[in-house]
Design a protein around this ligand. Structure first.
Ligand code: PSU
Ligand code: MN
Length: 304
């Protein structure tokens, strides 16, 4: 067992007894929404996981400890601190542990901690990818590299077109990460169901997803799988509204000279501000939708 890992007793017991567990990303609480809505949403996502037969393991770094599963008090603590808690990617984990600090995990670090704890399936909102203009900035999210190396299935709503979606797919192909579309052949773009890009395979049931994961593991492949689950039709946003907000946010990002680890949080916050409450409501709905599919897939995995 990793000396820096604290697995919540309920999560540890579920893993020991072969019950289904779903990991959740802390950024959903810290960086996506204001308090107290972030805490309410985090607890609601955990309830959806439970209602679909799995145990939730929300992941974070608290006081230099890698947490797989949080208590309601810890979720409250994180929600209150909000953006004051630093975004923690792979390169940050050793320093946070060494200094005993807090960190809000990204997709990358959630995958790392989930894998340490023995959790195979993880539900989130959107993943990082190849940024527009990466030809010169070399800004490519560590999420893609982690998907290539760490055997966790990530269930998301696709990627936002703050990224270059075409290059993101190319990168995943080069690194051998299968991109699966849940009941769709088209890569969803988070707020909208459409991107114009195709996925590698359409998969139609949680059972099929569970079988795909099991097979990849039986083959001894080291990496993960990316499942893209389109936002439910009734919550999807008009593509032109989102595209206009994203274009403006990217312009402002360039004008203000924002770069490095601050780029993604800046773009996400700006798009949310520009589109107001609509995008927040959509965001919550797609996370709930992904949590449900992840729990159903985890339950199906346990039966294999
Ligand atoms: N994209 C989204 N929502 C998110 C993120 C990206 O649509 O919440 C967050 C995730 O935590 C993701 C991280 O892992 O940003 C990627 O950051 P970067 O591009 O700096 O690697
Ligand atoms: Mn980056």
């Amino acid at each position: 067992m990793n000396p820096y890992l604290d697995t919540h007793p309920e999560v540890a017991e579920a893993i020991r007894s072969g019950r289904s567990v779903v990991a959740l990303e802390r950024t959903i609480i810290s960086h996506g929404m204001p308090y107290p809505q972030n805490v309410e949403t985090a607890l609601r996502v955990e309830r959806v996981i439970r209602n679909n037969g799995a145990v939730p393991a929300t992941i974070a770094v608290i006081g230099g400890r890698l947490k797989a599963g949080l208590t309601p008090e810890e979720i409250e603590y994180f929600g209150k601190k909000g953006r004051a808690i630093a975004k923690a990617s792979r390169r940050d984990l050793a320093m946070l542990c060494a200094r005993g600090e807090d960190g809000a995990t990204t997709v990358t670090t959630t995958m790392i901690i989930a894998h340490m704890a023995g959790i195979r399936i993880f539900a989130t909102g959107g993943i990082g990818g190849v940024h527009r203009g990466a030809q010169t900035t070399m800004d490519i999210s560590a999420d893609l590299e982690e998907l290539a190396h760490t055997p966790v299935m990530v269930i998301c709503a696709g990627a936002k077109s703050i990224l270059d979606l075409g290059l993101t797919l190319e990168y995943l192909e080069t690194h051998g990460v299968p991109v699966l579309g849940y009941q769709t052949k088209e890569l969803p773009a988070f707020y909208t169901r459409h991107s114009g890009f195709g996925v590698d395979y359409q998969v139609n049931s949680p059972q099929e997803l569970a079988q795909a994961l099991k097979t990849q593991q039986d083959l001894g492949f080291p990496g993960g799988m990316l499942v893209t689950n389109p936002i439910p039709e009734e919550y999807s946003m008009p593509k032109d509204v989102i595209d206009a907000a994203i274009d403006q946010a990217i312009r402002e990002c360039e004008e203000q000279g924002i770069h490095g680890k601050d780029t993604t949080p800046f773009l996400l916050a700006r798009v949310a501000e520009l589109t107001g409450g609509d995008s927040l409501a959509s965001n919550i709905q797609l996370v709930l939708n992904n949590a449900k599919l992840a729990a159903q897939t985890a339950a199906a995995y346990c039966l294999l």
